[in-house]
Every structure is written in structure tokens, then in C-alpha cells.
Design a protein around this ligand. Sequence first.
Ligand SMILES: [Zn+2]
Length: 321
Amino acid sequence: MLTHSEATIFMAHRFNAPALGISGHNPQNLRHILAQLRRRRYELISIAELFRRLRNGEELKRAVAFTIDDGYSDAGLVAAPIFAEFDCPLTVFAVTDFLDGQMWFWMDKIAYIFTQTKRRELSARLGNEQFQFSLESGAGRAGWRALVDRCYRAPKADRLACIKELSRTAEVELPSQPPESFRALTWDEARALENRGVTFGPHTVTHPILSALPAEESEREIAGSWRHLRSQLSNPVPVFCYPGGRSHDFSEREVAVMTRTGLWGAVTGEPGNLRSGLSRDATDQWYRLPRYLYQDTLTGVLQCVSGIERIKTQLRGASAS
Ligand SMILES: [Zn+2]
């Protein structure tokens, strides 16, 4: 079970806004979950407060922090007002080129092609691999998820070529700016959110997997996003978020850049609670803070904050080894 010196960070991505064609977590469920966490006396704290406690070697006190990755518009339109209702701090990790309106996410382009195409069959090549999708059934429509998984760690040139070919065979033209359902917060919206208590942290310039980049590019992605965030906002939090988020998506090299850049730490997508061992003597671990994927059910959230999820993971690991 969770002791008083542990804490939990959640990461979410998208929230439902049917009028804008956005599907994600259910806002009503989020209200229910936040109300229950308050009722059960979990402490809802900000990432900055979490780091203050780590720095001072204070107890983490069953604290819970919420984060949303990437900086899509629904973080502001849907999620932020609900977190505010419960006086729950929220940190949004922003991809700066995305908020600049310079890009939309390649995975969204794949989703867009699959939902917009009139074709019943799609094909694409990724490197040497050939993909064939039949869109007759719902399962076929979900095929884009499998392709996204394969594209995630493919070389950038292969991925770009794959999406280009997919767009051609699907006869779906990709607009240069993202459609409403895939758009980012504007900087004006981000500033308005900041005035209402939301904090922003850097999540790279263009969202690449850092460990796959040459050193200087990786550094540019980290330092550049932090610099740009500071130029656009008044009080961003110096805590970084790794694209991909798994332990192989970054290395000591990225941690060294962050310490040089003055960033306090970083969050990953590796599941787990924050343990008491993350005190002042273990600052290296501050650049590898685990987060649980936010689940849309109270049971799922309670399992994470209570430590049950961690025990389940340990048991699964023990039975596999
Ligand atoms: Zn991300």
C-alpha cells in the first residue's frame, strides 16, 4: 500500500468535445474522480509543489498531480475548467512548434486519413514493410492505431514517405494547418489559462523521440522548447516531459542537457508511484519521474494512487521472470 512518503502523477492527452469532433476522456468521469480524490483526502498538488517537497526532502503525503501532454485545444476548453472546479492544479506539457501553429502531429494525420477516406481499402509502405487495410469493418477503421505504433520508432523519412503514400492511396489531402479536432492551444489561450492557474512545461519543439536524434538536435529540442515557453508565458515550470516517455526514449545525454539548461527534472510515461527514495540524495531520479496513464474510471485511478497498481505490476513481473 501507499505510504505517506509517496505520490502519484497522472498523464492525460485528450478530452471529449463532440461538437469539435474531439474524442478523449469523459469530462463527467473526471469530475467524479476529482470529487472522490478530494473526499478521500488525497492532496491534489502542482508539479512545482511536488518538486519543492522533493528538494526539501519533505514527505510526499499521498499527493496526486495531474498533467496533460502535447497542448491540444481541449486541454483548455474541456479539461482546465473541470480541474479549476475542484481547485486541482494542472500542468500542460507543450510542444512549442505545435502551439506556434507550425505543425500538426503525424499520428493525427494518419487518424485523419483513415476517418476521411471514401476508399474501402488502404495500403502503405513503411520502410520494407507493406501494410494493407480493409475498411469495411470497424476493426479496419481502427487499423490506424497499429500503423501509428509501427511509425512511432521508424526513421522520420520512412514515416513521412508512408504518410504521403497513404494520403495518396486514400485520396485524402492533408491540410497544412490541423483541422479543428487536432489543433493546439494558441499562445493567447495558453496565457489565459496561465492567468487562471494552469502551469506549462516544455515537451520539445517538434515531438521527436530524443534518443533517436543526433546530440545537437536533441539539445535543440529540449533547450529550444524551454526557451520558447519562457518567451511566450510568464511562469512556466522548469520540468520537462519526454516524447514517447519510455525509458529507452531518452538517456543520460538528455538528462545532462536538462541539468545544464536549468531544468529541475522530467516526467516519463513509465508507470509507477514516486517513492520516498527520490529525496535530495537521488536528484538523478528527478529526471525519470514515473507517471500513470490517466484512466477514465474511478477504480483505475484509485488503484494507481493507492499503490495497488504498482503491486499488480510487480506481481506480473515476478510471474514473468
Ligand atoms: Zn507527447
